[in-house]
Design a binder for this molecule. Structure first.
Ligand code: ATP
Length: 513
């Protein structure tokens, strides 16, 4: 079996080869951690965004969507805490001259301990066979308990040190754990320093009157500053939500994992405004709802897990990540944060404007609490894309590369293929394309043998191929081929549209929620 690194390399090269993701400004040798989406990538991204928007906004009566500007008044970022606290701890290796996030070095070390636990589980499952009880094993096996205690203690200590801004202790921890630079193996580290991740820019033509601005590092603040506008004009009653998708920018210290960590990326965020004191229930509810949304795509429950935060961000009283099994292991895909009244109360303080809600049931005004769900669109793209890319052994001994994207998200839903370039077959095919294109993105392909065209569509992720052949001329039937099963069926030309609708419409997928 190919190792993780090879799989990830294949994901990156496949994304390029099939028009999904290109390095930005590639002809100038690219720009670090910035990427462009190609003809297929733009469609996949749009479909993921729409799948999220439908589930969050359209299907929830009390959630509405906005589109705030990327530029915001600079005081926003003072109030939100980003000017003072949106830092990552960085550390340099003196020998390799490579820069790392100190917390990530420690987390990677803990991941190695967790991998040892996984190994013990596998060994024991093999030894005990059907009678293996994982829960019992985890709670009684001394070796596993020791590993777990070690992992927990490390994370706890780091969480505490970061919270107390004790960067000396973070360095001490790295030294005690004997963490080496993954590149050079050297343990020769600099001190840990804080680094602010916001990009600064200027607004205005002349240097002396220009205002210093930041590119927003999260979309959430555009929602907070519009809280009252939306509440009043939409006559919203608590609890209610405001959703938004859009670009965010972070000057990430280490950005080496393709579109997992970018400097310019897109977020899909929802802020749910609630009565103070109800945050625990809403936190649990939204954790559950968001996990259901992920599971509705059918990418395997085993590939997701929750990770509760030890170290809370400056605004949160509880936080969990939904982690996904990426080609390089389980990593954060989405965050669910209980943000209390941190943001609204601070915006009140800095703006001098009241940001309160009059609750008719309680007959009083208060600053609402906020429950946030925040997912990176590009990270979701990587989750979907990497999970879908598979090499399959076929019965005849050959292999095929297939991109098993959830059909609802696939860029092209169907490819129409005339078996031959003559005898009136292309004309029928083009007529079908003209009919289907009102409902779906359709690809038309008449080049090469049909088997090769199937392979091309498999690799590009198209869920259906419809082939027009000589029999079509006689009885108006066509062959419809399913990407995942490779099953081929003869159906009436007039039924094709309906068959595809049943498999690709968001309605059928989101009904599972
Ligand atoms: P990480 O710990 O990976 O840096 P974070 O905890 O800072 O992420 P949040 O601020 O909670 O992330 O942002 C919410 C979501 O936005 C993340 O779950 C992730 O999907 C996405 N995201 C954050 N930073 C990036 C980035 N640099 N590139 C791509 N997506 C990102």
């Amino acid at each position: 079996m190919a190792n993780q690194e090879d799989i990830f390399k294949k994901v990156i090269s496949h994304a390029k080869e099939y028009g999904y993701v290109f390095q930005s400004s590639e002809i100038y040798d690219g720009l670090s951690a910035v990427y462009d989406y190609g003809q297929n990538g733009a469609e996949l991204k749009k479909n993921i965004r729409e799948y999220w928007w439908k589930a969050m906004v359209q299907l929830n009566e009390n959630i509405v969507g906005i589109d705030a500007a990327i530029f915001m008044h600079p005081t926003t970022w003072k109030a939100s805490g980003h000017v003072d606290a949106f830092n990552d701890p960085l550390i340099d290796n003196k020998d390799s001259k490579k820069r790392y996030r100190a917390d990530v070095l420690v987390e990677d070390h803990v991941a190695k301990i967790e991998a040892k636990i996984e190994k013990e589980i596998k060994k024991a499952a093999k030894r005990f066979g059907d009678s293996f009880d994982k829960e019992q094993f985890l709670s009684t096996n001394q070796r596993v308990l020791d590993y777990q205690a070690k992992a927990d203690a490390i994370l706890k200590r780091m969480g505490k040190s970061l919270e107390n801004e004790d960067l000396t202790d973070v360095k001490a921890l790295i030294e005690e754990l004997e963490i080496a630079c993954p590149l050079s193996g050297s343990k020769n580290w600099t001190d840990v320093k804080q680094f602010n991740l916001m990009f600064g820019t200027k607004l205005g033509a002349s240097a002396d009157t220009a205002t210093d601005l930041y590119l927003r590092p999260e979309t959430a603040q555009g929602i907070f500053v519009n809280f009252l506008n939306v509440q009043k004009t939409g006559r919203m009653k608590i609890p209610f939500g405001i959703a938004q998708t859009g670009k965010a920018f972070r000057n990430e210290i280490v950005a080496r994992q393709f579109i997992f960590r970018m400097r310019e990326f897109e977020q899909m965020e929802m802020q749910y405004f609630i009565k103070p004191g109800t945050q625990k229930e809403w936190y649990e509810t939204w954790k559950e709802k968001r996990m259901q949304w992920h599971l509705s795509l059918g990418m395997g429950a085993d590939n997701y897990r929750f990770h509760d935060h030890e170290k809370l961000a400056h605004y949160a009283d509880a936080a969990a990540d939904i982690e996904f099994r990426f080609p390089f292991g389980f990593k954060e895909l989405e965050g669910i944060h209980s943000r209390t009244d941190f943001d609204l109360a601070n915006h009140e303080k800095y703006s001098g404007k009241k940001l309160q809600y009059f609750d008719p049931e309680e007959n009083k005004s208060y600053v609402p609490y906020v429950l946030e769900t925040s997912i990176g669109l590009d990270r979701m793209f990587l989750a979907v894309f990497s999970n879908s890319l598979q090499d399959e052994e076929l019965e005849n001994g050959s292999t095929r590369t297939v991109l098993k994207l959830p059909a609802v998200l696939a860029p092209n839903k169907v490819a129409v293929l005339p078996l031959l370039k003559r005898d009136g077959l292309p004309e029928i095919a083009e007529k079908l394309v003209d009919e289907l294109k009102w409902d779906f993105n359709v690809d038309y392909d008449e080049k090469d043998a049909v088997g090769r065209r199937y392979r091309r569509q498999d690799a590009a992720g198209t869920p259906f191929c419809v082939t027009i052949d000589h029999q079509t001329l006689e009885d108006d039937t066509v062959t419809i081929r399913h990407r995942d099963t490779m099953e081929q069926k003869r159906v009436k030309l007039a039924e094709v549209k309906e068959i595809i609708h049943k498999e690709v419409d968001m309605r059928y997928w989101l009904q599972k929620l």
